[in-house]
Design a protein around this ligand. Structure first.
Ligand SMILES: [Zn+2]
Length: 158
């Protein structure tokens, strides 16, 4: 199936952000990480399980009238490190943004363990999570060493 065909599945947007190559089934988590929910007033379209040559199947999200910033990209890296992000202005791609998942994620999310030293307000420490494995994604806290619950991460965005 051609790329063009896939793009037509979702209406073209005038201004906003397209997040493509999201692993199939992860789009809800992406929305959560970006804080897009019931309270969001801009139009958001989402397609799930679109056939993809590279990935088998993938999800695509289009957010109108909103351009993702670096902080949001850092959050996106935690759920879809290989996603492609395009900023759309006047119906064409104005910018392509690269997501980078480095070896350590600093001050993006807090450790999901409530008894971690980082949750002690008297000791203001940087929030550091180590990328232990990329695929499947496994993150561990720099301080307590505990593997992070990926389902909880969205609730722990800083
Ligand atoms: Zn911790």
């Amino acid at each position: 199936m051609s790329q063009e065909h896939n793009m037509r599945r979702v209406t073209a947007i005038r201004n906003g952000t397209v997040i493509d190559h999201i692993p199939a089934g992860q789009s809800m988590r992406v929305l959560e990480m970006l804080g897009i929910n019931k309270g969001t007033s801009v139009p958001v379209s989402l397609v799930m399980n679109v056939p993809s040559k590279k990935m088998g199947t993938k999800d695509i999200i289009k957010v109108e009238d909103r351009e993702l910033n670096q902080n949001e990209l850092n959050r996106l890296a935690l759920v879809a490190p290989d996603a492609h992000v395009a900023i759309i202005r006047a119906y064409s791609v104005a910018e392509k943004l690269t997501i980078e998942l480095g070896e350590e994620i600093v001050n993006v999310v807090r450790c999901t363990f409530s008894n971690c030293i980082t949750s002690n307000l008297r000791e203001p420490l940087a929030h550091r999570l180590k990328v232990f494995s990329r695929s499947p994604l496994e993150l561990r806290c720099h301080y307590c060493g505990r593997p992070q619950d990926l389902d909880e991460l969205a609730n722990n965005v800083l």
